[in-house]
Design a protein around this ligand. Structure first.
Ligand code: MRU
Length: 329
């Protein structure tokens, strides 16, 4: 997200992720409404990035608009990644005590602070996670938790970029991640960064683990409950089960803004149910006739017991209530 100010004009320039990996196109967002549509339609996606974009979107809405109306509009776009609500709450808390005329400036500043902090968090996650990948040859990841999803470095990809920078000869197995195929974004990102990688169909990971071709798994997260249960892109849970069965470490990398200590366990996390057409067709090509009934849950919950460690900007902790509590003391 590039936040631009020229005279009285303020805009957000965002990469249109629906056009990748074939075209790198930027889109301009001028209002809270346009930002909400971009988040809902996944022009912008990824837990930390929708937090940052939501914060700027709320600022845009405060140029003459109502705080509560734009807060609710943006919050309703996507329910699972807590980063969005967390960032909107932060901006709201910063502007609420102020008179309407001062709110936009304060909100824009707060959004900038959130963006900078999330970017810094990703860099720290990279350094904190690096030791786990210093000897790994083959790493598997699911979805896209790189800089496209966060603004800088990424969460799950940050330690892999750090490993590449330190000369570790890593190769990454990239899950395709049906139905939105965020793995194609990861493949594109890794290609840009010169990290060797291979795109695989989602169901191939288990076989690769059985064959000893995966040394470690690392994924991002959209919300982590107080007990360490991890909600991430649908399909993550199956990879964690396969990793557990094959004694492959399974790491989760996320900033603390992704941890929702108000939820006792993953069972309380709202799982977004997306439209059936995402499954019925790909890029306008129908896979089944339109009357075929479809279910499309976008996330799943991996129980904490399958998570080897949580890698955060405040350090690496076990995925337990005590480990998480340590991050907040
Ligand atoms: O539905 P998306 O593409 O917005 O999914 C969110 C994610 O990017 C992932 O679940 C990711 O693994 C964690 S966010 C870096």
């Amino acid at each position: 997200v590039r936040a631009l100010r020229e005279g009285p004009g303020c805009t957000l320039e965002v990469i249109d992720q629906t056009k990748l990996p074939f075209a790198l196109e930027w889109k301009t967002l001028r209002t809270a409404e346009e930002t909400a549509v971009a988040i809902k339609t996944m022009v912008i996606r990824g837990a930390p990035l929708i937090g940052v974009a939501g914060a700027y979107g709320l600022a845009l809405g405060l140029r003459g608009g109502e705080l509560a109306v734009h807060y609710e509009l943006l919050k309703a776009t996507r329910p699972t990644a807590v980063n969005l609500a967390w960032a909107l709450d932060r901006v709201r808390a910063a502007v609420e005590p102020l008179p309407a005329a001062q709110r936009f400036e304060r909100a824009w500043k707060e959004a900038g602070a959130i963006a900078a902090a999330e970017s810094d968090a990703c860099k720290r996650i990279g350094q904190a996670g690096l030791p786990f990948f210093a000897k790994a040859k083959n790493v598997l990841t699911h979805c896209n938790a790189g800089w496209l999803a966060t603004g800088d470095w990424g969460t799950a990809l940050a330690p892999l970029y750090a490993a590449k920078e330190s000369g570790v000869p890593l190769h990454v197995w990239v899950d395709e991640t049906r139905p939105r195929n965020q793995g194609t974004l990861t493949a594109w990102e890794l290609g840009q960064g010169g990290v060797p990688h291979t795109l695989i169909a989602d169901n191939a990971g288990g076989l690769l683990m059985q064959r000893g071709q995966v040394d470690a798994c690392i994924v991002g997260a959209d919300r982590i409950a107080a007990n360490g249960d991890v909600c991430n892109k649908v399909g993550t849970y199956l990879k964690a089960l396969a990793a557990h069965d094959n004694h492959v470490p399974f790491y989760v990398a996320a900033p603390v803004s992704t941890i929702d200590v108000s939820l006792a366990s993953g069972a309380d996390i709202p799982i977004e149910e997306r439209g059936g057409d995402e499954v019925r067709a790909w890029n306008g090509v129908a896979l089944v006739p339109p009357e075929v009934k479809v279910a499309n849950p976008a996330f799943d919950v991996t129980p904490a017991k399958y998570v080897t460690a949580l890698i955060t900007e405040r350090g690496v902790v076990p995925a337990t209530r005590e480990g998480i509590a340590r991050l907040f003391t």
